[in-house]
Design a protein around this ligand. Structure first.
Ligand code: GDG
Length: 727
């Protein structure tokens, strides 16, 4: 079987299979995504699209499945067969009865059901199996949408050399909403298997990053998340439309014929149009309510306007959708009954999927598009309406709860919960001078014609490749087995060895509080063994106070440097370096205390030569707000002093500039000249040692951040493994 270099995975395939009169029927959809894929050029020359073809596996014989595979293959598609139960519990269940309502802020509609979750995991495994079967080990894989949020992580494990992108087509809700989901951590971990995670707008990306920080406790900065030996990029890519398709199809005979029909049917009336899937997120009821209020307030418009509602059947097996349809149809009946007459039906309603040319003609003919979603990831209809206005004028009224509003500021912006604002907008739209309509349309058209769905897809893929490149560059310093062997050989042949080891984050992972990060018996033994080798000087260079180092390591034959070198115990007693911080502490501590009093989880640590603000226990967003203003006040307070303020691992530390680990490294090397120097550390203060040591020293940074060290290693566990080999 061919292995593909480019793989798209989405819940549904762009070709649907159904059974009509006993025969299998294949219906390709001309959705934006399918068009975008065709435009990816070389990148997608050899692509395969994996997804469900829309027919339950229970209804198919083995022979039919073979036919489907073959026929779909000719469209670059590969089917994942889901059973009726899987469709019910995974697609209608977890995806559309749990995630969809929750992510659209309808938390009261979200159903939490363990059978849904089990099916979601099970379905994800089926998609994974298909990808593993078809993808080249180093393929680029683009996973789409909320149905498949576990897949990136599963693929990361199954195909570690692949490049994985994920795009979410719906909103990512704020942490306050997302955290209600019982499986919130698993969902985030699933997504973080990707190299690049895309959202429509920056707000969704921001919500995602805040959930990652608060639920998983991971560090996020500038749209990146560090995950062990990988960096995951998060960014906004507002999906566009196939702009030229809308422009070009306007002159087609089929469209023109539809336009003529509409002109005749709605002669003398203004058309207010809405097109959407019949979904509670689209705010159809609010729209009806607003139209009714409009007719009441402006009775002069009776018989002069028609509201045309196209509602595309969607998720018709889900109870909430059935109920919604009933309510919508009753409401339309009531309004038509109240305001209609023999020759006038205020609302014309179609519950069906119309052919493209009919939708396009409606867009071109409508005087107003009234789009009132209560929440919408993007809303393509708004963009399509604007694109269809090449020869005609019209006004777009758009809910500010859509992702599209950011790119369409010339629309009349409404809050769908504010019925009055919709009534006002309708009146304004119907009376807007044509010149103004055109001016607004042209600005929006210029923007939409530039960032099309083709550009969107290309942009995403380019950034996906770039993030992979960035990762490769970063991993070029990662300690390989060969380098480890080289370092160990150098240590063996050397006559005098100097080992400079940081403690927290290097020999021991961080714990909730500093007191909890006690060295284990195994670690003590390792340090003892390393130090016992003839010709070896081992120094623990830490920011910790000397009492702690004395307590933990005082009995070992090692050199200790406490408080970044303010105190050194070389042989015998502790020696204090020249520096003082007495006066400045009197300024700093009251300020920190003032902050700590209103920052739950924060702690202050006072050392002889340093004061530390610990915020590991503080909620992420509160911590970043407090840290920003604290740093500002510290700068004002300490601007003219010799005290420096630096960021460490969930700490802000203040210490005299002259007390630095780099000076410790220089002094120790002078005292213990060595032909093998190894220095390992993880944070800002250790960078100072890396820089101070001669070029031939083996300097190793723990973690992936930029560093002056020659090598990098990902975790404290790998540090210990390496040191064990060295001992
Ligand atoms: C999800 C997100 C996000 C509609 N009726 C007919 C028809 N359509 C076409 C429209 C448009 C598409 O369906 C609907 O796209 P939307 O973006 O408006 O909404 P969702 O279906 O909810 O899509 C959404 C989108 O994903 C993309 O990321 O924007 O926020 O919810 O293209 O023209 N097409 C035809 N007949 C119809 O009757 N042929």
């Amino acid at each position: 079987m061919d292995r593909h270099k480019f793989v798209i995975v989405s819940n549904r395939l762009p070709v649907s299979v159904s059974r009509q009169n006993g025969e299998l029927v294949f219906t390709p959809s001309s959705g934006g995504l399918a068009t975008a894929m065709a435009s990816l050029g070389d990148q997608s020359a050899d692509y395969v699209w994996i997804g469900w073809p829309g027919i339950a596996a229970d209804d198919l014989t083995a022979a039919e499945k073979t036919i489907i595979r073959k026929k779909l293959g000719s469209h670059n598609c590969f089917p994942v067969f889901l059973t009726r139960d899987q469709v019910r519990l995974f697609y209608e269940g977890y995806a559309n009865d749990t995630l969809w309502p929750l992510f659209h802020y309808f938390q009261s509609l979200a159903q939490y059901n363990s059978a849904y979750w089990a099916a979601y995991k099970e379905a994800s495994a089926l998609y994974k199996k298909a990808v593993v079967k078809l993808a080249h080990p180093s393929a680029s894989i683009w996973v789409h949408d909320y149905h498949l949020m576990l897949l990136p992580h599963q693929l990361r494990i199954a195909l570690p050399a692949s490049t994985i992108g994920f795009f979410l087509h719906i909103p990512f809700p704020s942490y306050e909403i997302f955290r209600m989901l019982p499986e919130r951590a698993q969902i985030l971990e699933g997504l973080l298997g990707a190299d690049l995670i895309g959202f429509h707008i920056y707000d969704y990306a921001r919500h995602f990053l805040s959930s990652v920080a608060r639920i998983l406790g991971l560090e996020t900065s500038h749209g990146s998340i560090i995950m062990g030996d990988r960096v995951v990029k998060v960014d906004a890519f507002p999906i566009g439309i196939d702009y030229q398709k809308f422009v070009n199809s306007l002159d087609d005979d089929a469209t023109q014929a539809e336009l003529a029909t509409l002109a005749e049917h709605y002669e003398g009336k203004k058309i207010i149009l809405s097109v959407d899937r019949l979904d509670y997120s689209k705010g159809i009821l609010k729209r009806l309510e607003a139209f009714e209020a409009f007719l009441k307030r402006y009775p002069a418009y009776l018989k002069k306007v028609s509201l045309v509602i196209v509602a595309v059947p969607s998720r018709t097996e889900v109870e909430t959708y059935k109920d919604l349809r009933d309510v919508i149809e009753q409401t339309i009946g009531r309004i038509n009954g109240a305001f209609g007459s023999v020759d006038y039906t205020p609302i014309s309603y179609q519950f069906k999927n119309l052919p493209f040319e009919q939708v396009l003609a409606l867009f071109a003919a409508a005087d107003v598009a009234l789009l009132t979603p209560l929440r919408d990831g993007m809303n393509l209809v708004a963009k399509e309406y604007v694109a269809a206005k090449q020869h005609t004028s019209g006004v777009l009224i758009l809910s500010e709860m859509t992702g599209a509003i950011d790119e369409l500021p010339e629309a009349l912006r409404i809050n769908p919960n504010d019925i009055d604002s919709i009534v006002v907008a309708l009146h304004r739209a119907l009376t807007m001078p044509k010149k103004e309509q055109l001016r607004r349309l042209h600005s929006m058209q210029r923007r939409l014609s530039l960032y099309t769905v083709q550009r969107w897809a290309n942009d995403f893929i380019e950034q996906l490749q770039a993030s992979k490149q960035h990762q490769l560059q970063q991993s070029s310093k990662l300690l390989t087995e060969a380098t480890e062997a080289k370092i160990i050989r150098a240590a063996k042949t050397a006559k005098r060895r100097l080992l400079l080891l940081d403690y927290d984050g290097t020999l021991r992972p961080f714990a909730a509080t500093p007191q909890q990060a006690i060295p284990s018996a195994g670690l003590i033994k390792l340090i003892r063994n390393l130090a016992a080798q003839t010709g070896t000087t081992l120094c623990i260079v830490s920011g910790r106070p000397r009492v702690t180092l004395e307590d933990w390591f005082g009995h070992l034959p090692v050199v200790l440097a406490a408080e970044h070198g303010a105190f050194i115990k070389n042989e015998g007693d502790w020696v204090q370096q020249q520096a003082t911080m007495h006066d400045q502490k009197k300024l700093i501590i009251p300020l920190l205390q003032h902050y700590a009093d209103r920052t739950p989880g924060a702690r202050i640590e006072e050392k002889d030569f340093a004061v530390v603000w610990h915020y590991r226990g503080v909620a992420t967003e509160l911590a970043s707000a407090r840290n920003a203003s604290l740093r500002y006040e510290l700068r004002r307070l300490l601007g003219n002093t010799d005290i420096e303020v630096h960021n460490g691992a969930k700490i802000i530390e203040m210490k005299p500039r002259s007390v630095r680990k780099g000076a410790v490294a220089e002094d120790l090397l002078a005292l213990h000249p060595a032909d093998f120097v190894l220095c390992i550390g993880d944070d800002y203060t250790d960078e100072d040692m890396f820089k101070a040591l001669p070029d031939e020293a083996f300097t190793i940074k723990v973690g992936l951040a930029d560093t002056a060290a020659r090598f990098q290693i990902t975790t404290t566990d790998s540090v210990l493994q390496f040191l064990r080999k060295l001992s």
